[in-house]
Write a protein that binds this ligand. Sequence first.
Ligand SMILES: Cc1cc2nc3c(=O)[nH]c(=O)nc-3n(C[C@H](O)[C@H](O)[C@H](O)COP(=O)(O)OP(=O)(O)OC[C@H]3O[C@@H](n4cnc5c(N)ncnc54)[C@H](O)[C@@H]3O)c2cc1C
Length: 440
Amino acid sequence: MTKQYNVVIVGAGPAGLMTAKTAGESGLSIALLERRTDITRSRRTDAGVIALNEYMFGQIATFNRRTQTLVFPVTGFSLKYEGPWNDNRYGFHFYSPGGKRLMVGDWAELKKDPVKNSKGVAVSKGRLLEGILTDARAYGVEYFPNTNVTGVAIQDDRVIVATDQGEYQGRFVVAADGVNSRIVRALGLNKDRQFLGTTRYLTWAMTGVQPPDAEGLIFVFTMYGTFSISQTCDADHYHVGIMTSDPKDDLESLLERFTRDDPVFSQWFKKAKSLDRPESCVMNYWSPFEKLFYRNVILVGDAFASGQFSTFPSLSAGYQLGHALTKAFLDGKVNEEGVAPYLEWYSTYAYKPGQRTFGGVNFVKYLTAEELDYLAALAPEPAPPTASFVKVFNSILEIYMPLVPRIKEERPEILEKFKRMGEDMEANQEERRKAGFPNK
Ligand SMILES: Cc1cc2nc3c(=O)[nH]c(=O)nc-3n(C[C@H](O)[C@H](O)[C@H](O)COP(=O)(O)OP(=O)(O)OC[C@H]3O[C@@H](n4cnc5c(N)ncnc54)[C@H](O)[C@@H]3O)c2cc1C
C-alpha cells in the first residue's frame, strides 16, 4: 500500500532540503524524493557562491569566518558549514573584446576589510547540501535518492506523486525540483506563463587561470561569445564558462577558442589546466508565477523562478515554507490559507509582475569591438559595489548616466545604436523565444 506523508518534497537541492529539514524538525512526516544517487556530486553548473551582506528578495545572509556559520538574520536561522570556503568576493569585472575593464566595486579597497565588504562566500555546494541532509534525516525525514518523479495527480485531499520507484502520497506536495520543474510541467502550470527563451551554459573547472584580479565574478564580452570566470572555494580553482541563447553555438569549441586562441584573453590561460568533467545547465526563462499554490502543490526555489533564484534565497524560501507547513497542520488548515505566511513573502518580495529577467542585451549585435572598448574604458571610477545580478544594472547606470553628454559629443553614433537597441527590444525578445525550446 502507498505510504502517506504529511508532506512529499520533490528535489533535494537547497530549497527542498531546507523545507524538509525545517518541517521535519517540528515532527511532520516527510518524504524527500531525489532523482540523483548522490547529491554531493553535481554536474549542474553552479559556482557555489552564497551572496553575503546585501539584501535579495527581502533577505540577507552573513558568514561567520570563525565558526564557519552562515547566518540569515531576517529569516532567522543559521547553518553550520563544514567544508572549504573562500569569501574574497567584491563584485563584478566586465571586459570588452580588446581587454578594457569596467569595474563594479573597487576590489583593491574593499578587500582591506573582507568581513565587512565581502559580497559572497564560495563554498562546496555538495558539502553544504550534505550537512542539511544529515540534519533533516536526524529529524526523521525519509530520504529516497534514485527516485525520479514522473507525474503528479490530485485526488480529494491528497496529492499523489508518481515515480519510477512507485507512488508517494502527501497532504501537501512541494515542488522543489528546480529549473524546468517536472511537477510544474505535469500540472500544466507553464501554460499561463509567457516563455522568454532558453539559455545554455557550459563550464570547465580549471587551475592556473590568471586574470589580472580574480576576487569576484568576471564577465568577458567577445565578438563570438560571452564568458565568465569565477573562483571556487578551493585554492587556485576556477570555473570558466560560456552562456548562449543561440542554438547554433557549439559551446565546447567556443570555450576552446576563448582559452587557447583569443588574442587578448588566451594570455590568462597559458598555465591553465582543465580538471574534472565539464558542468552544464539548460535553463528556460518564463514570466513569473502569480501564485505558488495549486491545489496543495506548493512551488519553492528555482521551480517557481523566472530564471535562477540562487542558493541563498532558495534556502531562505525553504525555511519559510517549512515553518508555514508546520503552522498549517497546527492550525488544522491543510490548505492555501494554512501556508499563507510563505505565500505572502513571495508576493511581497519575489513576485514582480512584468519582470523580465531573461538574457540582457546582445551588445555585439549592435556595437563593434572598438565601440565596446571605448565604453568599457570610459568610466572614471568603479561602479558602486554589488555582487547581485538584480542590482548590477542599476549600479552601472549610476556611473554611465553622467557620461551621456560626453558620449554624445565624442561618439554620437554609439548613442544612436543604444536607441536602436531599445526600439528592437520586442523583436529581439521574439527572436529568442523562437530560438528556445520551451518544453511546456
Ligand atoms: C551557470 C550557473 C551558475 C550558478 N552559480 C550560482 C552561484 O554561484 N551561487 C548561487 O547562489 N546560485 C548559482 N546558480 C543558481 C543555483 O544553482 C540555483 O538557483 C539553486 O540551486 C536553486 O536551488 P533549488 O533547490 O531550487 O533547485 P536545484 O538546486 O536545481 O535542485 C533541484 C533538485 O531537484 C532534483 N530533481 C529535478 N527533477 C527531479 C525529478 N523529476 N525527480 C526527482 N528529483 C528531481 C534535482 O536533481 C535537484 O537535486 C547558478 C546557476 C547557473 C545556471
